[in-house]
Ligand binder design. Structure first.
Ligand code: SF4
Length: 344
């Protein structure tokens, strides 16, 4: 199979150029054509010599792939379906989803980093599917470049299918290409990486990048959280919060916690009070999320009044808290509903 150059960093492309005895500046030219001019064909890269273009066609492809399907929600949210190889761990093609969310002058894309997920969160449709492979940096970046609205995007969140920190190298490579001057040149503060909290990798993400971080919290009580999220046993939320408290979150960089509200499970004031206790001393925000029931889980969403009471309690105890607007539920694009199913 030919090597896909799309998604490779400047250093990786320089290594290729060296191995092929191309001039060193060819790597920068390739970056400019792929990431700035968004060209998907070596023959259109007119400042490369005909000899170099011919050799590139022999050994590589650019490797961008259009989505294979798109569903549009009544609220304007769009869910794109991409075919991926599953990071080479699986011989069959896999499907992953990305969700485009326009909202006034913001346009956010929620991208996937794995086909399925190993984390097994009990309330999550993706988690119930099992794991089918990690995406390459090329496949992750492709979701951002290959939707028709790509050039309008203001924000990208890594909150789709899969656990980003379980695919750390590919995520870091993608972040590098998104933020480098030879790549997309985005500010890292337009990007949020969400995680259940794989502590050693979380530390590396904070130390090695400048992106915003979102931790899926969902329950402040260890035993209850473990019943919903098996990774709690390996990486307890108290240790994750202790790690986060070692960093300064008062600058431009943000730490937030995702808290999905489940009726009768995590939505009373006892949970709110424990959350306040857990997060005391950490400058952060909490996003309350309506749960979108699916037939595969026994969980149900909390009612509006309960959510508002919870929100008010946190805000009155100095934790910035908002109820997140729900988008794309009618096309199964909302949080926790991404399944990568073909829809035709
Ligand atoms: Fe994986 Fe996120 Fe679903 Fe948990 S919620 S199973 S980490 S995709």
């Amino acid at each position: 199979m030919k090597n896909a150059l799309f998604g490779q960093t400047l250093v990786q492309l320089q290594e290729l150029c060296l191995a092929e005895s191309f001039p060193k500046f060819t790597a920068k030219q390739l970056c400019d054509w792929m990431y700035n001019k968004r060209v998907n064909d070596f023959d259109a890269m007119t400042n490369l010599s005909l000899k170099i273009r011919a050799r590139l066609n022999e050994i590589a492809t650019v490797g961008r792939q259009d989505p294979v399907d798109c569903q549009v929600s009544a609220d304007g949210t769009k869910k794109y379906l991409f075919e991926v190889a599953g990071g080479g761990q699986n011989t069959n093609s896999q499907y992953v989803e990305s969700v485009y969310i326009p909202d006034g002058d913001r346009a956010t894309l929620c991208v996937s980093c794995q086909a399925g997920c190993k984390m097994g969160c009990r309330f999550c449709v993706t988690g119930q599917q099992g794991f089918h492979g990690s995406l390459t940096a090329s496949e992750i970046l492709n979701q951002i470049f290959s939707i028709p609205e790509s050039s309008q995007l203001t924000n990208v969140v890594f909150m789709g299918m899969g656990e980003p920190l379980d695919n750390f190298d590919a995520i870091c490579q993608t972040l590098e290409t998104m933020t480098a001057s030879w790549g997309l040149g985005w500010s890292p503060h337009r990007i949020t990486v969400s995680t259940v909290g794989i502590t050693p990798m979380l530390k590396r993400l904070i130390d090695e990048t400048e992106v915003h971080v979102a931790v899926s919290l969902h329950n402040p009580f260890a035993d209850e959280r473990a019943a919903m999220m098996p990774m709690q046993k390996k990486y307890p939320i108290a240790e994750i919060v202790d790690l986060l408290k070692k960093y300064n979150w008062y600058g431009q960089r943000r730490i937030s916690f995702e808290y999905t509200m489940f009726r009768g499970i995590n939505d009373d004031l006892g949970h709110a009070a424990e959350l306040v206790r857990l997060l005391r001393g950490l400058h952060c925000r909490v996003n309350l999320i309506r749960f979108h029931s699916s037939p595969d889980t026994p969980y149900r969403t909390s009612d509006e009044r309960t959510m508002k009471t919870f929100e008010d309690y946190l805000n009155s105890h100095n934790i910035i808290c908002t109820i997140r607007a729900s988008r794309g539920e009618d096309i199964m694009a909302a949080c926790g509903l991404l399944a990568g199913k073909t829809v035709k």
